[in-house]
Design a protein around this ligand. Structure first.
Ligand SMILES: Nc1ccn([C@@H]2O[C@H](COP(=O)(O)O)[C@@H](O)[C@H]2O)c(=O)n1
Ligand SMILES: O=P(O)(O)OC[C@H](O)CO
Length: 334
């Protein structure tokens, strides 16, 4: 991985041209798209996370406004992606709908489609069926997982990490019951959001996380098989991170091992991108898959930013970050 500033590319981001002069990547990307995550807007005073990290709830919508301005000025982005948590759980519940609408209105100023993911904070505010409708999630039967192909060479798979979850479903829903049983078995604490006593990646067995369920895994298998057959590269997107080397254990998808086990049966997935773990992270796993956890908007102090865009090539993707979002060059192994 190379991390560079948007204005000052690293030496490997500069390619030699035939006349000996150096120019930035001569090759044109197949397409480009915008990225942003964990806006967690709420019209409430600044606060802190459980671990004491400052959170700027009102400023976060201004970061989104600057992101949309920046994306529009680039005039080359085919779409943008929001990796979840557009409103915060501390948003007063009577304001939840209008807060979500305010944030979506800012996304509407973007000159292109926006693909959304549902995060835990979205589900603290509104029922999942309201969110899938408001986010215009392009799934066939109202699920929050879906896929799209912006060019013949690429497919994007958006996973729903809160498919099996205690949050966002009525407590008598079979998937909520499955999640309650799972947490009872895996987390001995009375407060199921507390990782106390859990070790390493087991610290992910928290109520604010969730799992990809059986039908979604079957759907993923079908999509990956099709993509492998037509030699498409796949980018997997999920609010929850899928690799312990890219994220804090408390932020991982409950069944990340099962999902990665399936992904590794095929060679088409080149990168997995996530949000949720606000500090961000990166890893290259043992199977050559890049994992990039994006830095959160919510923790940007006034004036600071965290958003970016990705240039997509056949053999790599290049994240160009602004502000706290680091730039990352992800070259594919095969
Ligand atoms: N190490 C931790 C992290 C969190 N919790 C619990 O989760 C809740 C939400 O955490 P935030 O990071 O969003 O503030 C928090 O209120 C705690 O109940 C925890 O116990 N230990
Ligand atoms: O966005 P939150 O408040 O659910 O926080 C998630 C934690 O940062 C995961 O480690």
């Amino acid at each position: 991985m190379e991390i560079a500033n948007e204005d000052f590319p690293t030496s490997s981001a500069i390619m030699a041209s035939p006349n000996g002069l150096s120019t930035a990547h001569a090759q044109q990307p197949l397409f480009s798209f915008g990225v942003i995550t964990d806006i967690q807007y709420a019209d409430i005073p600044d606060g802190r996370s459980f671990l004491g990290v400052p959170r700027y709830y009102r400023h976060s919508i201004q970061v989104l406004q600057r992101a949309v301005d920046n994306w529009n000025r680039l005039t080359k982005l085919k779409f943008s992606m929001n990796f979840g948590d557009i409103v915060d759980g501390f948003c007063p519940k009577e304001e939840s709908r209008s807060a979500v609408e305010q944030v979506l209105k800012e996304f509407d100023y973007f000159d292109g489609p926006v693909y959304h993911m549902i995060g835990n904070h979205c589900l603290y505010n509104l029922p999942r069926s309201d969110l899938t409708a408001m986010f215009k999630i392009p799934s066939l039967r109202g699920e929050a997982y879906y896929e799209f192909s912006p060019s013949p060479e690429y497919r994007f798979v958006i996973l729903d990490g809160y498919d099996v979850s205690v949050i966002g479903r009525p407590l008598d829903d079979p998937k909520a019951l499955e999640a309650i049983r799972f947490l009872e078995e895996k987390n001995p604490n009375d407060d199921k959001n507390s990782p106390a006593g859990l070790l390493g990646p087991d610290r992910r067995f928290l109520m604010f996380n969730g799992a990809v369920g059986k039908e979604q895994l079957e759907w993923l298998d079908k999509i990956l098989k099709e993509s492998a057959e037509c030699e498409q590269n796949v980018i997997v997107c999920c609010h929850l991170p899928l690799d312990p080397d890219a994220a804090t254990p408390e932020s991982l998808l409950w069944n990340y091992e099962e999902v990665m086990g399936l992904i590794r049966q095929y060679r088409c997935v080149k990168a997995c991108v996530a949000g949720h773990d606000h500090k961000g992270g990166y890893s290259l796993d043992s199977h050559g898959i890049h994992h990039r956890v994006l830095e959160a908007v919510l923790e940007c102090p006034p004036g600071a930013d965290a958003f970016g865009y990705v240039d997509v090539y056949r053999d790599r993707i290049s994240l160009v970050g602004t502000g706290r979002m680091a730039s990352t060059e992800m070259v594919f192994e095969s």
